[in-house]
Structure formats: C-alpha cells, structure tokens
Design a binder for this molecule. Structure first.
Ligand SMILES: *[C@@H]1O[C@H](CO)[C@@H](O)[C@H](O)[C@H]1NC(C)=O
Ligand SMILES: *[C@@H]1O[C@H](CO)[C@@H](O)[C@H](O)[C@H]1NC(C)=O
Length: 304
C-alpha cells in the first residue's frame, strides 16, 4: 500500500519534471500537463470561451432542411489519435480535423445525454472515455435525427447527442468515437449500429463509466441501457453471439434490478465515485506518460 502510494508520488514528480522540460523546449502549448488534476475548469466558469450559452447560433438552422440526394457514407479512423491533453481556460482550443476525434480538450467532461449544444472542446473528452458522440447538422431532417437518436440511446448509456454546424451539408449525420468517425448523407440503421457496436468504449479511458460535471444545456440525461458500464452494446440488436444473455435484458429484469438506474443515490456516494473514476483516469494517464518517458530515456541512453 505505502509502496504503491510512493510509486504514484514518484510518477507524479517524474511526469511533472518532464512536463516542465517539454514546455521549456517546445514553448507554450497553451496546455496543462497531461494527467495532472486541473483545478482550472469547474465546468461553469469561462465556458463561453468555447461556446456562448446565450447565443443560439450554433444550433439554429438558417437554411432549408437538408436532403442530400447523393448517398454517401464516409468511415475513417486515424492511425494515431492525437494526445488527449487537458487545456485550461482561458486558452482557446482549435482543431484542424473537423469534426475532431482526438486531441486537446477541457479537463471536465459532460454528463452523458442529449444537449441543446455541447462544444467540441467538451465532447472530445467523452470520446476519450469511450463514449459515442452523435452529431447532426442543425438543418438535418428531424425525422432522421430521431431515428439516429433512437439507435444511439438504445445502444449505450455513454453517449452525447448535439447539433454541430460544421458537418458537411452532403453528410449531415455523424457518429464519433476516439479516433474514428462515420459520416452519413442519411441514417442507415445497420451502418450506424455496426459502427457503435464495433467502436464504442474503444478508447484510452474507455473503462471510465461515470458522468463528468459539465451539464450546461443538458436536455435529456442518458438512461441506463444494459447496465451502468454498458456491458452489452446495442442489446436490442440481436447478434449471433449474444442472443442468449439478451433474453434477460430484453425482458426488462436487468434494467429494473440495476440500482443505479432506478434508485436515487446518496450524493456523497456519487461524488466519491466520480472522484475515484477521475483519479483512476488520471492515474492511467500518468502511467502512459511514465511509460513514454521510460522509452524516451532508453532511446536517449542507447543513442549515447
Ligand atoms: C479558436 O476557437 C475559439 C473558440 O474556442 C474561437 O473563438 C476562435 O475564433 C478560434 N480561432 C481560430 C483561429 O479559429
Ligand atoms: C446541472 O447540475 C446541477 C448540479 O447537480 C443541477 O443543479 C442543475 O439542475 C443541472 N442542470 C441541468 C441542465 O441539468
């Protein structure tokens, strides 16, 4: 016990030292050291740097409803997703890959569910935790938005749904995971479901289940689907391997027997679970950094 605490402290020190070195060399990244808890983002103060909640510009359609007449599906994954560095306010975060699927983001992540609007700096963190982010152009056909919404909310609890103006007009629907995106001219159920099933929770911190604290403009908090950890993705979709255990889930017993889904929890328990999950995530990041550091050191030594 004492040993592992010491180990962790050592890691913190080592990483902190490396971060100082990296920043000193490469100049200001506008960033915060990865894996260091950030008191710089309480999920409320300064959020207008990413999006002004007083403005409806990001989620208002200002043209006709889009009805692309060329069927198009674009699915791609990055070979090497960008590092998920936490960036404090007041630094802005800008992206070159639109919509972004990896990279720098805000330290605090959103409560899962549907929003009037969530800025990309925020939902990128959800992707890093293995969530599915559903984007739709504000001018997309509302019926198809509803279809895609039903697919996503029926597949897993860890989802974010938000309009996003920067989608191409010929593909106004998108599903994202960490490093991967699926863009569609219209909603194709099988394609969307397969993407979710094969990619959900596949992320650097995919095991972190809990909500963050950010909830500005949250309209529909996510409901439990299979269980709190989304152990079965898209349980309603019969698959060749999981049909047997799905009988129980479909009968509804699974859902009702899940205390997290039905009973209000003690806020202190919720708070401490959130804290622990946050710490777990941060520890994992530290571990990755230390590994990278050790590799870099080995390379350095072998060069000499
Ligand atoms: C960078 O993003 C901020 C929002 O976070 C935005 O206000 C600003 O205009 C962007 N800058 C560029 C150069 O795109
Ligand atoms: C956000 O969370 C706070 C604290 O839990 C709560 O009081 C508030 O009603 C929530 N806002 C939304 C939009 O859900």
């Amino acid at each position: 016990m004492a040993l592992s605490v010491m180990g962790m402290m050592l890691q913190v020190v080592v990483v902190a030292v490396v971060m100082v070195c990296v920043c000193g060399k490469k100049g200001d990244h506008g960033g915060v050291a990865m894996g260091v808890l950030s008191p710089c983002d309480d999920a409320k103060t300064n959020i207008e740097i990413d999006w002004d909640p007083q403005s409806s510009a990001e989620y208002t359609c200002d043209s006709d409803t889009l009805s692309p007449n060329v069927p198009k599906i674009q699915s791609s994954c990055m070979e090497e997703p960008d590092e998920g560095i936490h960036v404090c306010y007041p630094h802005a975060i800008n992206y070159t890959d639109i919509p972004p699927t990896s990279g720098r983001h805000r330290p605090n992540w959103p409560v899962y569910g549907e929003y009037t609007y969530v800025p990309q700096q925020r939902w990128l963190h959800s992707l890093e935790h293995g969530a599915i982010v559903m984007l739709y152009h504000p001018c997309a056909d509302p019926q198809q938005v509803e279809t895609l919404r039903n697919i996503v909310t029926g597949c897993l609890r860890k989802h974010i749904i938000t309009p996003y103006k920067l989608l191409p007009e010929e593909m106004p629907f998108a599903l994202l995971t960490w490093g991967c995106k699926l863009l569609m001219s219209s909603v194709t159920t099988s394609v969307a479901t397969n993407f979710i099933k094969s990619r959900a929770l596949q992320a650097p911190e995919g095991q972190v289940a809990g909500d963050g604290e950010y909830n500005t403009s949250l309209t529909v908090p996510a409901q439990t689907v299979s269980d709190y950890k989304d152990s079965v993705i898209c349980p309603g979709q019969a698959s060749n391997t999981q049909t047997a255990d799905m009988a129980g889930i479909l009968s509804g017993q699974h859902r009702d027997s899940n205390p997290l889904a039905s009973e209000p929890e003690n806020p202190i328990v919720i708070q401490s679970r959130k804290r622990r999950q946050q710490l777990d995530a941060e520890t994992e990041k530290l571990d990755r950094n230390v590994k990278r550091l050790i590799e870099a050191y080995r390379r350095l030594v072998s060069v000499k």
